[in-house]
Design a protein around this ligand. Sequence first.
Ligand SMILES: Nc1ncnc2c1ncn2[C@@H]1O[C@H](COP(=O)(O)OP(=O)(O)OP(=O)(O)O)[C@@H](O)[C@H]1O
Ligand SMILES: [Mg+2]
Length: 148
Amino acid sequence: MRVLVPIDGSEYSMKALEKGKEIAEKYNGEIILTNIQKRIVSRPKPMSMDYDIGKFIEDDPNILHERGQQVLEKGLEKLKGSSVKVAICLLIGDPAEEILECAKRNEADMIVIGSLGLTGISKFLMGSVSSKVVNNAHIPVMVVKKND
Ligand SMILES: Nc1ncnc2c1ncn2[C@@H]1O[C@H](COP(=O)(O)OP(=O)(O)OP(=O)(O)O)[C@@H](O)[C@H]1O
Ligand SMILES: [Mg+2]
């Protein structure tokens, strides 16, 4: 049983990781711990005089890599002492698309994801990433709420 757990560092995603770990342990499986860093563009204030669409600057891949690494470390910390095998996957791009791509590439059997994430507005049932993953996944998705 290969369980893909996408984490963004939020409490919600850590809760999902706990659940994913339980499942992997039970089925003698492994965890694919995944973080996706969104490509962020910085630009001058839209209203400023020198606004120039050509000045969009992509974030330094090294910074994105470092940020992702920090999130994954936090996840690995939670898996310490467990017998499950862990693979890590750090990607840059659209989170939902990369999660689904990563699941396919690594032949994951299921995805365990948080209902919400870093934005975490609790009046919403699910965030945009978890909604997109549930809607488009080709394998079962378990959505974990923080108070489960
Ligand atoms: N960048 C990411 N990398 C890996 N997993 C992610 C990422 N973003 C979200 N997730 C996963 O999706 C779950 C739900 O997060 P989501 O981003 O959908 O909610 P949100 O942050 O509350 O709302 P939104 O991002 O739509 O403003 C997280 O708990 C985590 O499991
Ligand atoms: Mg989010």
